[in-house]
Design a protein around this ligand. Structure first.
Ligand SMILES: [Zn+2]
Length: 130
């Protein structure tokens, strides 16, 4: 819960630092391995942006696919977010290392891989009015 509000703060800070006070839409990508309640995040974004006097018409929160890279063979692969169950997301959220219990390199079977993308905050895109 606190998580989403802190995240919303940093997203809006980032936007403000770019000199944006109003926008048609802000698109935020969140790593799927970050267990974020998207509804709470959206609510927090609305509340905080109103408090700060920002005029943002719409927030869209998308899930960013995780990208993993094998340290043994160099193979890179991503995981379809819809194929990651809530249980696994929870586990990884609380103990990121547990990802190694659920996934392995599809090319060589190694569990020595790194998470290139899919944790934390991804891309933030501001769509202005024409
Ligand atoms: Zn491999």
């Amino acid at each position: 819960m606190v998580h989403e509000w802190a995240l919303a703060e940093s997203i809006l800070l980032y936007i403000e630092n770019q000199g944006v006070r109003r926008a048609r839409r802000v698109v935020v990508k969140i790593g799927v391995l970050q267990s974020i309640d998207r509804e709470i995040l959206e609510f927090a974004l609305r509340e905080i942006s109103r408090e700060r006097g920002l005029e943002i018409n719409e927030f869209t929160i998308l899930e960013e696919e995780p990208l993993l890279k094998c340290n043994r063979c160099g193979f890179q692969w991503s995981i379809d977010p819809s194929k990651i169950s809530e249980d696994i997301r929870e586990a990884i959220h609380f103990l990121p290392e547990s990802i190694y219990a659920y996934f392995r390199c599809p090319n060589c079977g190694s569990i020595d891989f790194e998470i290139v993308k899919g944790r934390g905050l991804g891309e933030i895109k501001v769509e202005n009015y024409e």
